[in-house]
Design a protein. Structure first.
Length: 159
């Protein structure tokens, strides 16, 4: 079965779905009394009913925990997230639901920790080095100007 065929089975024309906004009722009185016009317009009601149902449930489509599975990738795309198809649906939903928070924490150690935990499904023990430990000799610390003789470069001078 192709992806398009699978999508057609999930959303599309639903024969038993009744339109919450029948077009025939919004026609002028002259056409509301005409049987042919009512039958003709009812065909549009059948086609528009799934659209109205989707719009009425739009908040559910935008919630990663309630959205249909095939919408998760679309939601993730808003945040530039690529979801792996081998992941479970719960894991994919968790990642998309935390995407906004990840952007808020972007560039921080805590943000990286949370992203790795969600992506791997494990826990991360974050240890920060004590001040002065973990420095490599010959390298400037962030925010410090380069040493004399290095031409403003950070790192060891190879002359």
């Amino acid at each position: 079965m192709t992806a398009t065929a699978a999508l057609d089975q999930k959303r599309g024309l639903v024969r038993s779905l009744i339109s919450p906004h029948p077009l025939g009722e919004s026609l002028p009185a002259l056409y509301q009394e005409d049987d042919f016009t009512q039958r003709f317009v009812s065909a549009f009601d059948a086609a528009l009913a799934p659209i109205f149902a989707s719009l009425d449930n739009l908040p559910a489509y935008l919630d990663p925990w309630l959205a249909p599975e095939d919408f998760l990738e679309w939601l993730g795309g808003w945040f530039g997230i690529v979801l792996d198809e081998s992941w479970s649906t719960a894991r994919r939903r968790a990642l998309v639901s935390r995407a906004f928070e990840f952007y808020r924490l972007r560039g921080t150690a805590g943000g990286l920790k949370e992203q790795v935990e969600v992506l791997t499904g494990g826990s991360v023990d974050l240890r920060r080095p004590r001040p002065g430990h973990g420095r490599r000799p010959g390298y400037d610390q962030p925010g410090q100007a380069g040493r004399a003789g290095h031409g403003g470069q950070t790192g060891p001078c190879h002359t």
